[in-house]
Design a protein around this ligand. Structure first.
Ligand code: NAD
Length: 497
């Protein structure tokens, strides 16, 4: 059986833990590999390697760091087919979707290529007579990232290209469910000329994560995953005096106004609710039908959900692949049972889907509920599967209230032809990322990604300008040369005269 090791100091590293996890191909249900689960000693090795590499890397001029990113970008493009196939084989999503997610990660690498421009700082001549002042951003030290299973390339790439380009060194703890993509990216970074120790990977679960949280040399933590773990990371990193950004779960609403282009809304919802089998933090899992549009929306959606092509991710005809694990499949099916018991109307039931030749794969067909209410668990909780709940709202205000009352605040969208509704909605929604006739409003790399409320603990979003701020600290220098104005000792607060 293939064993997925750690990657420390530019080499694969087995470590001292005997514990291993299992990695499966969700399309077939076959185990494809074992993955090492790091203990504290292994974490210490990774952090030591990152610490040793920091001095030299942080002193490497930003332009040279950018050149590594340029080369890395080229290598990702060259290896994109292999990387995509790795994602499909361990996550299950369909090939073109996996490729798209890789490209969204690549865009952060492209942004990081511009790091010399972003680290230029600010300078003021003569803040006082013959006194100059400038602000610079310096790297932090050893940064860590802990990532979820659902974007094995993109989410780690929200973090490490920015951290490394800013002059930090990095330890990544990818999801133990699909760790191979990160391992391949580590090898490409080395090939791109990144010095050993600047980027390290430890594989594992809670013990590995706790090792990073408690390590005093780790100065910043970026986390993406479910809300309970995000909160745990946020609280414990703060207790350990680390800078932290912890992105959590979501329940993204799509408000469908009676004046919208219904075909556009239905097609948008189909991709956003069922793409990647609903395993996206920006998946739309709630459609809010406003006014009298509900019946038409549900009947148009139902026709499409019933004919969704579910199959293995490598089959070009598949629109939706399997879920990531058997346990997750059971969890999603259980939510559909709960919805029925709660009194929601199950319009399309995907629970009994069987695929010939793939009987052991983790498949479920698309599920559609109507008449879901805000009190139901299927409305309140994140299901993270291909289950769309339609909620009816009398009017715009009621729809907006639903959005704002929900505990999560990651993404939201509105479908309308009315500019006034779109503008008011984007202004009033208590949500981090808003789409107007855009079903999945994921910001580009040169903006920043992040939610509000219990979808993000911390102050800064990921990548883009917020990424630069997160991975650097500000220093302001004020300077006067001896030839400047000489003065007697001053015992009062200096002010401009
Ligand atoms: P998860 O929270 O189970 O795991 C995320 C990471 O935390 C993994 O690396 C895992 O090993 C680690 N982990 C798990 N349990 C832990 C514990 N008790 N202590 C310490 N570390 C632990 O999430 P997942 O199932 O891998 O991913 C799906 C979740 O991620 C969903 O909730 C989804 O919404 C969320 N997500 C959010 C965003 C966002 O941008 N907000 C993006 C992608 C995914």
């Amino acid at each position: 059986m293939n064993i997925i090791e750690h990657f420390i100091d530019g080499k694969t590293f087995s470590g001292s833990s005997a514990e291993k996890g299992k990695v499966f191909n969700p399309a077939t249900g076959d185990q494809t590999a074992e993955v090492r689960l790091a203990n504290n000693k292994d974490v210490n090795e990774a952090v030591k390697s990152a610490k040793d590499a920091f001095l030299s890397w942080s002193n490497t001029p930003p332009l040279q760091r950018a050149r590594v990113m340029f080369k890395f970008k080229e290598l990702i493009e060259k290896n994109s087919d292999e990387l995509t196939k790795i994602i499909v084989s361990e996550h299950g999503k369909v090939y073109e979707d996996a490729k798209g997610s890789l490209i969204r990660g690549l865009e952060v690498v492209e942004y990081a290529c511009g790091i010399p421009q972003m680290l230029k700082g600010e300078y003021t001549e003569n803040v006082g007579s013959n006194v100059d002042s400038w602000s610079i951003r310096q790297p932090l030290g050893v940064c860590a990232g802990v990532t979820p299973f659902n974007f094995p390339a993109m989410v780690p790439m929200w973090m490490f290209p920015m951290a490394i380009a800013c002059g930090n060194t990095f330890v990544l703890k990818p999801s133990e469910k699909d760790p191979s993509c990160s391992m391949k990216l580590a090898k490409l970074l080395k090939e791109a000329g990144l010095p050993d120790g600047v980027f390290n990977i430890i594989n594992g679960g809670k013990e590995a994560v706790d090792g990073l949280i408690n390590h005093k040399e780790v100065v910043a933590m970026s986390f993406v995953g479910s809300t309970p773990i995000a909160k745990y990371i946020y609280e414990n990193c703060a207790k350990n005096e680390k800078r932290v950004q912890a992105l959590g779960g979501a329940k993204n609403h799509c408000v469908v106004m009676p004046d919208c282009d219904l075909d556009q809304a239905v097609n948008g919802l189909m991709g956003a609710a069922y793409g990647s089998a609903g395993e996206r933090c920006m998946a739309q899992s709630v459609a809010v039908a406003v006014g009298n549009i509900g019946d038409k929306l549900v009947s148009n959606l139902a026709k499409k959900v019933e004919t969704l092509k579910v199959g293995p991710g490598m089959d070009k005809k598949s629109e939706m692949g399997p879920l990531v694990t058997k346990e997750h499949l059971e969890k999603v099916k259980n939510y559909v049972d709960i919805g029925e018991k709660e009194g929601a109307k199950l319009i399309v039931d995907g629970r009994n889907l069987k695929l010939q030749g793939y009987e052991n794969g983790y498949y479920i067909g698309g599920c559609l509920f109507d008449h879901v209410t805000a009190k139901m668990r299927i409305y309140k909780e994140e299901i993270f599967g291909p289950v769309l709940s339609v909620v009816r709202a009398k009017n715009f205000d009621e729809a907006l209230q639903l959005v704002n009352d929900h505990e999560f605040g990651n993404g939201v969208s509105i479908f309308t032809r009315d500019g006034d509704s779109g503008r008011t909605f984007s202004n009033k929604a208590k949500i981090g990322m808003v789409g107007i006739n855009i079903p999945i409003p994921v910001p580009m790399a040169f903006h920043s990604f992040g939610g509000w409320k219990r979808s993000l603990f911390g102050d800064q979003h990921m990548h883009g300008p917020e990424g630069v701020r997160f991975y650097t600290k500000l220093k302001t220098i004020t300077s006067r040369w001896p030839s400047g104005l000489r003065s007697d000792p001053e015992f009062v607060m200096p002010t401009m005269k």
